[in-house]
Design a protein around this ligand. Structure first.
Ligand SMILES: Nc1ncnc2c1ncn2[C@@H]1O[C@H](COP(=O)(O)OP(=O)(O)OP(=O)(O)O)[C@@H](O)[C@H]1O
Length: 379
């Protein structure tokens, strides 16, 4: 058992492996919880995320289920495993840009963009010291990102999952992170990471980086901007597509993640929007940075952590109660603080059963009412 007087032990992605490794002989007490799932990397390593989502889509199509919203990955291959497939695809559309990313790195490290096969040598000849032939993912570069003020941006969205089976998922706050330099898909700018990579860790080295606002917009501002420039319906559809994307991504690993009842995890989703307002999934972070780049950022992240604790361990729950089986499995999910319920599988199943019953009753002359579909996001 882990020695800790408090139900929350400090737990990084590295220590979580040790905690759940059978050889360590450590066990979590009933009243201890950790902020990662043992094999979260199935979702948070770029190569595994791609594999799981591709497999999920194949399976859903085979079973005749809707995959609307699941088609969220740019065409992507794993290197070296898919090298021949990649070359084939590359030759089919020779004028496209591709982005090469190490499967297991962060903060823009080792990323480069190519538009010629010869440029892949940066990877194959091991230009990145110590990264010789390491696994890379290569994705079609989204060449038509939505621009605001001429700048590319991505979205960081926080998603809390307190159980994978049944899926219990909450949608938290988020923000847009802007590049400092104006976007250009000109090949002369292909190596200019200030144009192409939205990571704060990259942008903060640019001389134009503004540490007052940190190059960020909160998501409500983005919504208002989109409503006024693209209209209400298009904005609502985009946010609703994001909801679908998030839920499908979690479902893709539902049967893969070790669903230990001591675990919960707050993921940092990175999404790109293209000029047609289609959201693309870039990656999912298991330990999204809680460092603040501005006062507003600090307030948002402090609130985020408080909300996570309120969901995982609400005041109504006594962890020392012998009947305590993990706060995350008690009752239906509820909106809490800035988190809204994104998907509560048990409640959805109940709702579906009720709807079915009402439909049957309606067939016998009673009225049936359906819940209108709408996005959950930041209204
Ligand atoms: N397919 C793509 N098309 C266009 N831009 C992309 C694409 N994939 C990634 N990017 C850009 O590159 C940036 C870095 O990508 P990614 O987040 O996958 O790398 P990372 O180094 O793991 O970053 P992080 O520090 O967020 O973990 C993204 O924020 C985005 O701006």
């Amino acid at each position: 058992m882990l020695p800790s007087p408090h139900p929350f032990s400090r737990c990084t992605v590295a220590t979580v492996r040790q905690i759940f490794h059978p050889d360590t002989g450590q066990r979590l007490a009933d009243n201890q919880m950790v902020c990662h799932y043992p094999n979260h990397y199935e979702l948070t390593r770029k190569d595994l995320m791609v594999k799981n989502i591709k497999r999920y889509i194949r399976d859903q199509v085979k079973e005749g289920n809707s995959v609307e919203g699941a088609d969220c990955l740019p065409v992507t291959y794993l290197l070296p495993a898919d090298y021949s497939l990649f070359v084939e695809e590359f030759r089919r559309s020779p004028n496209c840009m591709w982005i090469m990313k190490p499967a297991n790195a962060a903060q823009g490290r080792g990323i480069f963009i190519i538009n010629k096969l010869a440029q892949i040598k940066k990877w194959s000849s091991g230009r990145f010291a110590g990264r010789d032939q390491e696994t890379y993912v290569v994705s079609r570069y989204i060449e038509n990102p939505l621009l605001i003020g001429g700048k590319k941006f991505d979205l960081r969205i926080y998603v809390l999952i307190t159980s994978f089976r049944p899926l219990r998922m909450y949608l938290g706050d988020g923000f847009a992170r802007f590049c400092n330099a104006n976007y250009s898909s000109d090949l002369a700018d292909i190596d200019n990471m200030y144009i192409h990579l939205t990571n704060v860790s990259v942008q903060k080295h640019n001389e134009d980086y503004n540490d007052q606002h940190g190059g960020k917009w909160n998501i409500q501002n983005l919504r208002l901007y989109l409503e006024s420039t693209r209209g209400l319906a298009a904005t609502e559809k985009m946010f609703s597509d994001i909801d679908d994307l998030l839920v499908h991504s979690a479902k893709s690993v539902q049967n893969v993640i070790i669903n230990d009842r001591h675990c919960f995890e707050c993921y940092g989703y990175d999404l790109l929007l293209d000029d047609d307002l289609k959201p693309w999934l870039v990656e999912i972070n298991a330990s999204p940075s809680m460092n603040a780049t501005s006062q507003g950022d600090r307030e948002m992240k402090t609130k985020l952590m408080k909300d996570v604790f309120d969901i995982v361990l609400p005041d109504s729950v006594n962890v020392n109660d012998p009947d305590f089986k993990g706060a995350t499995s008690t009752g239906p999910c509820r909106d809490t603080g800035d988190f809204v319920v994104l998907y509560d599988e048990a409640a959805e199943a109940e709702r579906a059963a009720r709807a079915e019953e009402m439909k049957q009753n309606a067939g016998r002359g009673r009225s049936a009412r359906e819940r209108p579909a709408s996005s959950k996001l930041w209204k």
